[in-house]
Design a protein around this ligand. Structure first.
Ligand SMILES: [Zn+2]
Ligand SMILES: [Zn+2]
Length: 235
């Protein structure tokens, strides 16, 4: 049997080796927690293709506020950006898992135990209480290149926040989100730093050929995403 591990049904956060009264991420009460084993029996992880090499990964049925993870086949390696809340032995585990930030680490420890995948995150995001029970193999100091995936540390929403570029797809998780047709910065975290990170994001867009933005709950063509993003920066 696994070590004690619980999954919050409200947000998908995994608690490793402890059973608190309230979810450390979203504050939901303990009644909302199930064991990781129960999670694996009630939910699957489904890959939805975006391009030939890239797919979006989600728990099915949907698991609370779980953020999408993405799977990239670089030709040599399979890499996930972020990790589903559900551990599923049915989905092939990747060689590496790299994180945009520390909020949605999902069931990464179980994939690590199961398949020995190497897990990386920016060092500035590795020491938070939300990282309790998780172990990281690589702590990025700046913006490394990881098997054809380029990392850009932009700071802001979290101090280690990192976006990733693979070919013409940019992965930005929950840095900004749509409310109706407007884009908003993630309100959790320091506002000034988040806005400064928005300018860094714009610089990446300006200097690279990008066609799609892959976010925490959407994949958008750049031409649709860019006008509301420019409106956001102009505010
Ligand atoms: Zn929660
Ligand atoms: Zn976040």
């Amino acid at each position: 049997m696994r070590d004690e591990q619980y999954v919050c049904l409200t947000c998908g956060y995994n608690m490793i080796g402890y059973h608190p009264d309230f979810c450390p991420f979203c504050g939901a009460p303990q009644e909302r927690f199930i064991t990781a084993d129960e999670c694996s029996s009630r939910f699957e992880v489904i890959a939805t293709p975006i391009t030939e090499e890239v797919a979006r990964l989600n728990s099915v049925p949907p698991l609370g506020h779980e953020h999408s993870a993405y799977r990239i086949n670089t030709g040599k390696k399979t890499i996930w950006i972020d990790c589903p809340s559900t551990f599923s032995a049915k989905i092939a585990a990747p060689d590496k898992i790299i994180f945009t930030h520390h909020h949605f680490l999902g069931a990464v420890n179980l994939y690590q135990d199961h398949a020995g995948c190497a897990v990386g995150i920016n060092r500035a995001d590795s020491g938070f209480e939300l990282c309790r029970g998780f172990t990281f193999d690589n702590l990025f100091e700046h913006s490394p290149e990881i098997d054809a995936i380029k990392a850009f540390h932009i700071d802001g929403h979290t101090p280690g926040f990192t976006v990733y570029l693979f070919k013409d797809l940019l992965f930005i998780c929950d840095y900004v989100s749509f409310r109706n047709d407007e884009l908003k910065f993630n309100p959790f975290g320091p506002i000034e730093e988040t806005a400064a990170g928005g300018l860094k994001l714009f610089e990446i867009l300006r200097t690279h050929e990008i066609s799609k933005i892959c976010g925490f709950n959407y994949v958008s063509d750049l031409e649709k995403w860019l006008p509301p993003f420019k409106n956001l920066l102009a505010k």
